[in-house]
Design a protein around this ligand. Structure first.
Ligand SMILES: *Cc1c(COP(=O)(O)O)cnc(C)c1O
Length: 398
């Protein structure tokens, strides 16, 4: 009997999300096993020598690789259409490793200015200490990319849809501009998930995820992954990870594997619920603006339609009454929680100006479109009518 049936060519994403990467042990378990082990034994000293010389393919130590973690990496690579993936302990270790393994002192990076707070910190505060300089551009303006890329550039880093204003960046156009000057394009694809946007097909070289968000999607574990071609993953990224050690734990990899099996179901429902809530918010007169890439009113709606198959579960909106009104609004919620996380089955509300983006000056916040009345809503999997009712009673209270 064959315990590990080979994957068939042409299997679709949802089949791969359930089946991809599975490696059954001799016990024929249906559910993927958690290999909770730090090390591995050798049959003899000769085998240990051969393993360290890379002459045999064998697990050596779980900082380098682990069967449960490998299953997650292989399943993600299949869904993403990447040659290979390497998992990390968090999304931030994925973002950091994806660039740190590539750059050296004197190198130049070009990045979109609207980024997850810690990604921006890595570029402005950490890589600068090692002599790597970043030029930030308005990611929606191709002229700014072109101008910044006139200087020799090692890599381009961008996030789309971006945090928290949901700017949409043209991955295909930026990849062309970057490749013309030999730069490597890294896309933080968290908001879109592996299902709604395919950066590699659009021309990017590397994709990074915080698996903490939709891939787990149920608020349990931290995790991350970097996906790309075999030469980058094997020769550049893997040695960096192996020796610096931000390894994903086997248990967390197992949670992520299980998360992937229901990702398609959850994302469909997230998008459906979010569409309904966005429509409702668009009709609220108290709001100065409502940003959701799926709304016709979104400034890059047509680009979003071109490069995404659906628009995700995050909506950002601004209350006319500023911080005071919006704090009251948040404090009145009966269902929706205040939390800086996103992509969870629970609906979560964040005030970026005082939390995720509080480190920026108010001028820098204004530059990326964050005002004091702005909140970011990650729409969960509750009944959208209950989410709407909660928003409605909170608006009434303000
Ligand atoms: C959450 C997030 C990260 C960081 O991921 P962690 O798992 O929290 O380390 C990076 N980029 C984006 C866009 C995120 O939303």
């Amino acid at each position: 009997m064959v315990l590990n049936k080979p994957l068939q060519h042409g299997w679709r994403a949802q089949t791969l999300a359930v089946r991809g990467g599975t490696r059954r042990s001799e016990f024929g378990e249906t559910g993927e096993a958690i290999f909770a082990t730090s090390g591995y034994v050798y049959e003899d000293a000769e085998q240990a020598e051969a393993a360290f010389q890379d002459r045999v393919d064998k697990f050596i130590y779980s900082r380098f690789s682990n069967p449960t973690v490998n299953m997650f990496e292989d399943r993600m690579a299949l869904i993403e259409g990447a040659e290979m993936g390497k998992a990390t302990a968090t999304g931030m270790s994925a973002v950091f490793a994806s660039m740190a393994c590539l750059v050296e002192a004197g190198d130049h990076v070009v990045a979109s200015q609207a980024l997850f707070g810690s990604c921006q910190y890595i570029l402005t505060e950490i890589l600068t200490k090692y002599g790597v300089r970043t030029t930030f551009v308005d990611g929606t303006d191709l002229n700014q990319w072109e101008e910044a890329l006139k200087r020799p550039t090692k890599c381009v880093f961008l996030e789309t849809p971006a945090n928290p204003g949901l700017d949409i960046i043209d991955i295909e156009a930026v990849s062309h501009l970057a490749h013309d000057v030999g730069a490597t394009v890294i896309v933080d694809n968290v908001f879109a998930t592996p299902l709604l946007q395919k950066p590699l097909q659009l021309g990017a070289d590397i994709v990074v995820y915080s698996a903490t968000k939709h891939i787990d999607g149920q608020g349990r574990c931290l995790g991350g992954i970097v996906l790309g071609d075999k030469s980058y993953c094997e020769n550049t990224l893997k040695p960096f990870l192996r020796h610096t050690g931000p390894s994903l734990s086997p248990f967390n990899a197992w949670v992520m594997l299980k998360g992937l099996e229901t990702l398609d179901l959850r994302i469909r429902r997230h998008c459906e619920n979010t569409r309904a809530i966005a429509k409702y918010l668009e009709g609220c007169t108290q709001l100065a603006k409502v940003l959701y890439p799926g709304l016709n009113s979104h400034p890059q709606h047509s680009l979003a339609k071109k490069q995404m198959s659906d628009f995700g579960n995050v909506i950002t909106f601004s209350h006319e009454g500023g911080k005071e009104a919006v704090f009251k609004f948040m404090n009145t919620m009966k269902l929706i929680d205040i939390s800086n996380n996103l992509g969870d089955s629970k609906s979560l509300l964040t005030h970026p100006a005082t939390t995720t983006h509080q480190r920026l000056s108010s001028k820098d916040r204004a530059r990326i479109g964050i005002d004091d009345g702005m909140v970011r809503l990650s729409v969960g999997l509750e009944d959208p009518l209950d989410v709407r009712d909660d928003l409605e009673q909170a608006f009434a209270a303000v």
